[in-house]
Design a protein around this ligand. Sequence first.
Ligand code: GBH
Length: 436
Amino acid sequence: MFLWGTATAAYQIEGAAKDDGRGASIWDTFTHEPGRTRDGHTGDVACDHYHRWPEDVALMADLGVNAYRFSISWPRVLPLGTGRVEPKGLDFYDRLVDGLLAAGIAPVPTLFHWDLPQALQDVGGWMNRDISYHFAEYAAIVAERLADRVPMWITLNEPFVHMAFGYGMGVHAPGQALLFDALPVAHHQLLGHGLAVQALRAAGARQVLITNNCTPVWPASGSAEDLAAADAYDTLHNRLFNDPILLGEYPDLKAIGALDDVVRDGDLAVISAPLDGLGINYYNPTRIGAPADDGLPFTDLGITGYPTTAFGWPVVPDGLRELLTGLRTRYGAALPPVYVTENGCSQEDVPGPDGTIDDQGRIAFLDGHIRAVEQAAAEGVDVRGYFVWSLLDNFEWAEGYHQRFGLVHVDFDTLRRTPKASYAWLRERLTELRNP
Ligand code: GBH
């Protein structure tokens, strides 16, 4: 059965930051530091999904999706990241899973969507190899509680973005600007993924995936300099995270650094344990040219000539087809079934005088990208799911509440939910897809 779903993440929607024994995560710390997020927004309350989840599950049931990708907050389950378990944290996800199943929606939890327990950051975060083992400990605890009912698990969300934005550039938590010295964060996340796969399987997990965000890389020209720069970028953004998992080896890293002192014997065997699928998050392609004089081995030139989202990201639906068919070409038989675990766009979304939100731009975006998935399938890619980012307008990281990605509008003063026109459109489209 093809999975049609929506996606969210714990810190972006739950709020209830101090409820029921939840520990602090790096995002609590980061958002409470001055100047880190736009207008100082935090996820303290967010969509208050922690208390309003039954309403959100009802919205999904009414929408007609058959799957829901959410993330589990590590510090709700282990307030200090390791050691003491907080039963009330586990109870919350237990109730959510049961509520989803009762509504006919498959729960697809992601174990790590960037909210590392602060106590683990205090000992170096993902720069410290020990964190990989703590992640597996956490995975085992969650799976022992939920694996009897959860059909599909995702270990990590977008390890590239967590490394690059969180440790490379410092625009996300933990706010470190190590540039290419952040490379160990890639390996330790990947090792944590592999160890978590073992822990999940041991606890009886059925299907296990990882979600990588991938981008088709467009060289600015056919010149040798542009092609080499595009290759370096493709290595950093895509292959650094896909190759070890699917092929059991790192790509040639010399353009971006080295992991020789970080990778130990046996690590790649752990990292490349077979998966039941690969989660792909797609937003847009990236156009890359030769290095400028800023020390980076490439220049991100931006893409012009396409419509843009409220974020300014180019809207290129065919990039999704290009990405999926490109993965199949690159990895061949090593590519497991693919699930598009995030795709969506931010729009201004101002309610009209009658309170409705007529987000035609989002409808066009989703329509184009769903067609791109259909085309990729027609071209032979085994795609088995598509999840819209996002169910709700939510806390968009460094942008706070300024970027709205939801099918459902959230008024952040009243927390009232209002389905947008795109929600009604998707409900209709899902009915057609079910009864062709
Ligand atoms: C995802 O990350 C996250 O998983 C999710 O939590 C988040 O809310 C959602 O996307 C929306 O942001 O400057 O034009 O080249 C997405 C990662 C990184 C994708 C930045 C787009 C830059 C576009 N994004 N990237 S551009």
